[in-house]
Design a protein around this ligand. Structure first.
Ligand SMILES: [Fe+2]
Length: 186
């Protein structure tokens, strides 16, 4: 399998926007912590998170191909990417014709929007730090539709498909992101 270092270099070389690289690192961190929670392969789940938006630029004008373009890019480079990782990369988008069957697919789907939601929460703190955010605050903001309105609440609620309550899921995601707060600059 592709190493974490290789995957990270691929992201850095291909994704020009710093905020997108940070977003991909955040999803990686959440996926790693979820893998640990479920006793799954942390490295595999982390790689899926790290690479999930690799085709962000290319898919901008062709959203129905989002995820599929990444998989094609990885295959064309001849990289060793496990099948579950490819499936997770496609699953994160929520394409109506792609059914999420594997745990890794079900896990990445809510992990994508939750990171933007948590970043938005940090940014409204007086010190703009993740350290100041807690789960009760997140739960309260979750109900406010206008807060971080780009963060799809329904997708986040899909954490229930992996047997986690919203509260548990937010706790795991927040802890994961706090663990890389320096990299996220928050
Ligand atoms: Fe994403």
């Amino acid at each position: 399998m592709i190493s974490r270092q290789e995957a990270y270099e691929l992201v850095k070389g291909h994704v020009k926007e710093d905020y997108m690289v940070k977003h991909m690192l955040a999803v990686e961190a959440v996926m790693r912590m979820l893998a640990r929670h479920f006793g799954e392969d942390e490295e595999k789940w982390g790689i899926a998170g790290l690479l999930h938006d690799l085709d962000y630029m290319e898919a901008k004008s062709n959203f129905s191909r989002h995820g599929y373009i990444t998989v094609k890019m990885l295959e064309e480079k001849g990289l060793d990417i496990p099948d579950e990782v490819k499936k997770a990369i496609i699953a994160h988008v929520g394409h109506p014709n792609h059914k999420r069957r594997l745990l890794i697919e079900k896990a990445i789907y809510p992990s994508d929007p939750v990171t933007g939601f948590i970043v938005a929460a940090a940014k409204v703190m007086p010190d703009k730090k993740l350290a100041s955010v807690d789960v009760p605050f997140l739960l309260k903001r979750f109900k406010e539709r206008r807060f971080a309105k780009g963060a799809n609440r329904k997708a986040m609620k899909a954490c229930e498909d992996i047997g986690l309550s919203l509260e548990e899921f937010l706790g795991i995601a927040l802890e994961a992101m706090k663990g890389i707060s320096d990299e996220l600059g928050l």
